[in-house]
Design a protein around this ligand. Structure first.
Ligand code: FPP
Length: 256
């Protein structure tokens, strides 16, 4: 459900990069392995990428871990993905907490098993005072579902007489999205060579630069992220205006 928050809009200094971690299944298939091993290798890639991100001037990373459409996969694969989320937070939360990473899960919480919810909420509350780096995991997330949930939440306020329809602005609407606590992504990366947005951050992607990389997610790491940022830096972000400064000049890139 939508989590309307007074934290919105948040201050921002570094880059927000979002990643569609695609290609786990094909990576496994090419090696004659079960898909589950592709997803497991995907968790290792996530660890490497989070580790390398802050050194590249990235302040916030949002990764697409499980979509509202992924429930259509075979039950065994769904349960494997749920298990990996649990294992990831169980095994990594101490380190993430120590390293100043704030963890947030975005997406629908309804429909998640109680043990997943507990782990997710614990990871969020343990890291609530961290500000060095933000890791957002989109889990049970769909861009359309998030927009519908936000619309319902605002409609409910109108129904209750607490708001009026004409008060709705883009800024107010955004504050009802599950991603409300973060600025929109500057850059969205999709791995594996597919060139689709697949219901990821539909509202938030309005002015994001898109970079598609050929590498399968399990092979991903900081060097690929660095290459994507270099491509992003060469883009001109105009936000609908006629000309502007290159993307590189409105962001901080600490890496050499
Ligand atoms: C897409 O690959 C990937 C996913 C649907 C899940 C991503 C999950 C992970 C990287 C592992 C665990 C995540 C967390 C948050 C701990 P695909 O299976 O669609 O690959 P394919 O297109 O090659 O079949």
């Amino acid at each position: 459900m939508s989590r309307h928050t007074d934290e919105f809009p948040p201050p921002s200094t570094g880059l927000h990069v979002a990643i569609i971690m695609d290609g786990n299944g094909r990576w496994a298939k090419e090696r004659g392995l079960p898909r589950s091993l592709g997803h497991r290798a995907g968790v290792a890639a996530l660890r490497r990428t989070v580790e390398g991100a802050s050194g590249l001037g990235i302040e916030r990373l949002t990764v697409f871990g499980f979509s509202t459409e992924n429930w259509r996969r075979p039950p065994r694969e769904v349960s494997e993905l749920m298990g990996l989320l649990k294992t990831y937070f169980r095994s990594d939360i101490d380190r993430l907490e120590r390293e100043g990473v704030r963890v947030r899960i975005v997406g629908r919480r309804t429909g998640l098993e109680p043990d997943i919810l507990e782990i997710v909420e614990r990871a969020e509350s343990r890291t609530v005072n961290n500000h060095r780096f933000h890791l957002q995991v989109a889990f049970n997330y769909g861009g359309r579902a998030d927009i519908v949930d936000a619309a319902r939440a605002f409609a409910l306020r109108v129904e209750q007489g607490r708001s009026q329809a004409h008060e709705l602005t883009e800024e107010l609407f955004e504050s009802y999205l599950s991603t409300a606590s973060a600025p929109a992504p500057d850059l969205i990366i999709r791995t594996s060579g597919e060139q689709r947005i697949s219901n990821f951050l539909l509202w938030e992607c309005a002015y994001a630069e898109l970079v598609f990389q050929q590498v399968y997610w399990p092979d991903y790491g900081p060097e690929h992220l660095k290459a994507a940022i270099a491509e992003f830096q060469g883009r001109e972000r105009r936000y609908g205006a006629v000309s502007g400064e290159p993307a590189a000049e409105d962001t901080i890139l600490a890496a050499g």
